[in-house]
Design a protein around this ligand. Sequence first.
Ligand SMILES: Cc1ncc(COP(=O)(O)O)c(C=O)c1O
Length: 399
Amino acid sequence: MNNSEIVELAHRNLVDIYGCLPIAFERGQGAYLFDADGNRYLDFFCGLAVTSLGHGHPRVVHAIKEQAEKLTHVSNVFHTEPTARLAERLASRFGGGRVFFGNSGAEANEAAIKLARRWGHKDGGGRFEIIAALGSFHGRTLATLSATGQEKYHQGFQPLVPGFRLMPFDDVAALDRAVRDETVAVMVEPIQGEGGVVMPHPDYLNRLRDFCDRRKMLLILDEIQVGMGRTGKFFAFQHSGIKPDIVTLAKALGGGLPIGAMIAKSEIAAAFTPGSHGTTFGGNPVACAAALSVIDVIDREAVLENATKVGAHILERLRTIAKECPHVIEVRGLGMIIGVVLKGDPRPLVDVCLKEKLIVNGTAGNVLRLLPPLNLKREEADAGLAIIERALKTVEVSR
Ligand SMILES: Cc1ncc(COP(=O)(O)O)c(C=O)c1O
């Protein structure tokens, strides 16, 4: 099928929720995607921070093929080696703990929310309330939506799940005033991704950690977008030197296969007992084998170092370009998550980049967001930057 045939077929049959662009991709290689008509695109989006090692990384492909040939599924009442090994790798990266596997970011967060409630009931004096941040995004299930601090996602879905309250991001003083007897946990993203690449003060996580320790509350970090090396460290919280009680991962974990993980300190994870939570596909051996290969590649191919170096280059170059673009308010980011904050809607810029065969994305109404592969080469970064520079200097950004 050619590009327009696929687009037309999809339009007629899929539930219309994604506002899809009229492009159907057929294959990918490294930082490039190819559509069904053979056009090549440079991918600075990575399927929304998922294909962080680029497309078709040979080690990831090999791991998926090898496991698919051996075994694709057993029930969670049995064990498989990839699942056990991945749990061990993630728990040890976390500095000791226990792991629950789901199939998406929302499921990882749902597990974190349920674990916090269960711990609150059992060890936390009956507390259940979770405070999340304005501007946050935690997923589309009803509980994760209720923790999401953006009203546009709530519309038409009320009543939301009770037991959540929203406070300003990066404001521990406001949190201090907000905590009530029933508050059991604080849940935040180390950098708000969907919220517009919002970077808190460098002390924020340390202050949150102190605060939660003093109040005997759990600190839950949602690293679904910024974990797995996106900021240049395996976990974003490693920039602060703290350890949360619970962290969630998904997106880049499976190298393109669906998997989410919740990692919790062992004493907190103990609140989940047999039968209290679960999911049929969680810990799927093919997805776990893919995730193990992703971690191997991160370690063996100096991926974090590259994300730090090339990310800093992109940030610096964009800041220089921004000086000549009065409609750019700020360029911010860390590693390979970068936001260009504009005076208006980023969509015309996204469209122009797409015409020039570069995939970027707009978020939060006025932010052009770049999520390139962590192993992007400097020449590829420069090729993308040249397109962004042309777009920023020629496209009218309207308020
Ligand atoms: C920080 C964060 N949390 C949770 C999610 C939800 O993940 P999923 O779409 O895999 O359910 C996302 C997705 O964009 C995210 O960015």
